[in-house]
Every structure is written in structure tokens, then in C-alpha cells.
Design a binder for this molecule. Sequence first.
Ligand code: GGG
Length: 361
Amino acid sequence: MTTAPRTFRIAAIPADGVGKEVVAAGRTVLDALAAESGGAFAFEWEEFPWGCAYYERTGRMMDEDGLNRLKDFDAIYFGAVGWPTVPDHISLWGLRLKICQSFDQWANVRPVHFLPGVVSPLRKADDTELDWVVVRENSEGEYAGLGGRNLGGRGPGGEVAVQSALFTEVGCERIMRFAFDLARTRGRRKVSSVTKSNAQQYGMVLWDDVFKRVAADYPDVETESVLVDAMSAKFVLRPEDLSVVVASNLNADILSDLGSALAGSLGLAASANLNPERRFPSMFEPVHGSAPDIAGQGLANPIGAVGSAALMLEHFGLPDQAARLNKAIEATTAAGILTRDVGGTAATEDVTKALIDALTI
Ligand code: GGG
């Protein structure tokens, strides 16, 4: 008896700038992987033309019924949002954050992974392998969208704006349990919690309290609580001491960019915005933005997008296929087929072709 191939329905949203190039590259690599699988699985794609150009035509970053159209897909494969003609807070809130928050993708997983053949300021002479994961609380914190401008009516030159952060016990607890469960799957069972709770005396003190309470349920996992300034220094000076780093929305966003830059380039960094309960689709995207300075020139690094596709395959329950993609990435960088951001001369399509060739090795 032959079984029908499992078909995964994926919504592709390339959005802006290099997002278009890296999503196209990722789709090509994923389709090649499916073709290689001998019919074991397949992908069915639908592409949505949303983003800043769409906003300029329609006044919206996505269709009015966009969330409804996305909700039944198995996953969303996203590129990057932002373009100089649209204010960044409008494009970000109108698309990426709207999807993350509406679909309760409360866990943003951002591995910091060092690849062979990529020069990193952190690689030691003995070529120590480094890798850690930043777990970003992705639903509240500094991204709660609470506040307002022109409060108190102080008039021209006297404007006042308030931006509040929201921390809930439920939100803190679920992201911490996620981080602890993840730590249990790794060689080093350790969770580092990051705040600025010496200065942010309400929400981040709640975060610290919840962290202590949750940690008591995981006696086999080492813990530390570190202020974000000290953690930035630790990323640079003692990265071998890290395994899982859990932080609020803003702190984790900044730390994960630092981590990817230390690993060689933002262009290499993958991420997953997960709705762990699977009530809504999760979204997979490279950490980098739309890079208007190189957009449309075929220079973008597709590895962050392809690494994000590997995270999507893990989410689909295909860990062997995810491992194949990750091995192809390592074979490609080890062979020196690198885009400009990591010191090479290869174009996006050269790296894409090398990744596909490496799938068959
Ligand atoms: N692919 C990630 C992306 O498009 N990022 C754009 C951005 O500005 N993100 C800021 C944020 O989400 O905090």
C-alpha cells in the first residue's frame, strides 16, 4: 500500500526589500528538498503581496481579511518588513507584529549558530564551537503597544509621549517554561534570564520573581539572572557560558541581533515565531530586515531564510529533513560559497544553487 505524501500548505509573505529575494531562494531550496524526498512530502505555496508597496497602493500593509486568509495554513514563511517610504512603526505594526500578536506567536526562537568557513570575531584559536539560543517573549513586554503622544496638551515644543511595557504573570511563566523545556533538550542545561530589573522596578521585578518560581520546577537546569548590559558584555566575552537566554521582547530583539553579528552576519540568523499550542499558524523568518541598501541586486544572504525553513521543518515534525537543510548550509559555507556580508563574492543565486547541490551529497 502506498501512502499519500503529506502536503504542507505554506503562506509566503516576502514583503519588502531583500525579503523578496530570500523567500524566493528559500522556496526554491524547500521545493528541491521535497523533490529529493521521493514524494514523501510536498509543499503547496500561496504567496501574498503584502508589504510597503501594497501599503502605498491601498493604505494597508495587508488585506482587511488577511488574518482570516492566513489562519488555516500550516505555516507562514516571511521575508522582511520595512521600506524608507513608509514610517517603520506603521510597516512593522501593520504586518509582522500584527501577525505575531494576532496568532499568539508568543515564543520567538532565535538560535545563534556559528558556521564553518564564516569568520567570526568570537571564534577562538582552538575553533571552539559556540551556539546558544535566544528565546524572545513575543507577545507583550515593551511591544504591548501601550501609550500615547501629546499627553497633557502641552502644545508645540512641549509634547509628552508615554510608552508602557506590559508584563503578565501568565506571559512570563509560559515563556520561561518554554525556555526551560528547550534547555532540557540541549547539551548544556542552562537558562539565563535577562532583565533590567534594577531600574525597571515593576514589570521586570515580576519577571525575576516568576523566573525564580519556575526555576524551582527544573532543579536539573542551571540558572542565572543577568542584567541586559552585563549580558551584552557576556555575549562578547564569555559566550561559551551560554545555552538558552530568555528575555523580554525588546531586550531579546537587541541581544539576538548582537548574537547574529557575533556569529558573522545578521544575514545568517534564522528564527521561528511559534504558537506552541498550535491553535494558529507559526511564522518562520530570517532575523534580518529588508536591507534597502542592497535590495534588488541579487546580493542578499539567503542562509537566514533557509535556516528558518529548517526550523519550519522541525515544527512540521520532519527533524531529519531539517538536519539535511542545516547540513547543506554548513557544506555551503565550509566550501567558501559566501555572500558579501560574510566576506565572499557569491550572489544570492550562487548560494541557493550550492545549497541545492549540497542536499544530494
Ligand atoms: N524578518 C524580520 C524583520 O522583518 N524585521 C523587521 C523589524 O524591523 N523588526 C523589528 C522587530 O520585530 O522588533
